[in-house]
Design a protein around this ligand. Structure first.
Ligand SMILES: C[S@@+](CC[C@H](N)C(=O)[O-])C[C@H]1O[C@@H](n2cnc3c(N)ncnc32)[C@H](O)[C@@H]1O
Length: 283
């Protein structure tokens, strides 16, 4: 499959009307490249590294949170493919490709799995080739779009995914980049309304109760220097509202490292990220 050549164009923008593709600008830090740097990647620039170092001075636990979040992605996708029988994924907020991308994890279990990736960062788009290296029994696609542009995402994803069959919508470490003014709960509701009962939602998100207020304020100060991506820390109750109409998969809403940890995992460190998986109920 080829990467989508058409950037977000406003067609079907969410009700917020504020979505846009990010400019390619190496002079300001981007969430995707900060995350890449923390995970030990090479696709980042001086501004990203400076923002990360400033962030780590305020919140040294951020490095553990990022690694624990990425490990959660692997366990969640494995659960969805192996235990929930999911064969279609819509992975929004993909990030710069690294080890254990969604299609690699899922296709190792079910090679016929289809995965549509969505991100709005030009650096992720530039690396999309790695995401399109699908097992020949399955397929992958990349859409260059803003999460708030739900109309474009659903229209383009329907080229590869069959929306009459269950889909796992994964939004890991992205929803906190959507401010309350853009109503992230309405965005998630629109996406989940497009998929049938038996579909799943996976979310990870920085937790309001998991990092003290002073550190949250300090992180926001650093992130204000990043492009349009100041994190909004949300409470457990606000995370639960993303799952309206779904039954939470055990163990419910927990820190990312607590979600079905692999046996023998060191559990002394704690992250500042909530996560959960839910299965859409029959109406
Ligand atoms: C921290 S990375 C997470 C990557 C991956 N989901 C994971 O959990 O390992 C967040 C990604 O979300 C993307 N992102 C943030 N806001 C977005 C938006 N409004 N629309 C599309 N992508 C967005 C960023 O560009 C970045 O690549």
């Amino acid at each position: 499959m080829t990467a989508s050549e058409s950037p977000s164009d406003g067609n079907g923008f969410g009700d917020s009307g504020t979505s846009r593709s990010l400019p390619f600008d190496t002079s300001v830090a981007h969430q995707a490249r900060v995350y890449d740097y923390v995970l030990g990647g090479k696709d980042n620039y001086a501004a990203d590294r400076a923002a990360t170092e400033a962030w780590l001075k305020i919140d040294p636990g951020m490095a553990f949170s990022a690694r624990a979040n990425r490990a959660f992605l692997g366990r969640a996708v494995r659960y969805l493919a192996a235990e929930a029988g999911i064969r279609q994924f819509l992975d929004i907020g993909t990030g710069i490709p690294t080890a254990g991308n969604t299609h690699q994890v899922a296709q190792a279990i079910a090679p016929e799995t289809r995965v549509v990736y969505v991100d709005y960062d030009p650096v992720v788009l530039a690396h999309a080739r790695a995401l399109l290296d699908s097992h020949e029994a399955g397929a992958t696609e990349y859409i260059d779009a803003d999460l708030r542009d739900t109309g474009t995402i659903l229209d383009q994803a329907a080229r590869l995914l069959d929306f009459s069959r269950p889909v796992a919508v994964t939004m890991l470490a992205i929803l906190h980049a959507i401010p309350d003014s853009d109503d992230p709960h309405a965005i998630v509701a629109k996406l989940m309304a497009a998929v049938p009962a038996g579909s799943h939602l996976a979310v990870s998100h920085v937790g309001a109760e998991l990092l003290d207020r002073d550190k949250q304020d300090g992180v926001r100060g650093v992130a204000d220097r990043m492009v349009q991506q100041t994190p909004t820390y949300r409470s457990r109750e606000q995370i639960a509202r993303f799952f309206e109409g779904a039954d939470l998969v055990e163990p419910g809403i927990v820190r990312v490292e607590e979600w079905r940890p692999a046996p023998g995992t060191d559990s002394t460190a704690t992250s500042s990220m909530w996560c959960a998986l839910g299965r859409k109920r029959t109406a």
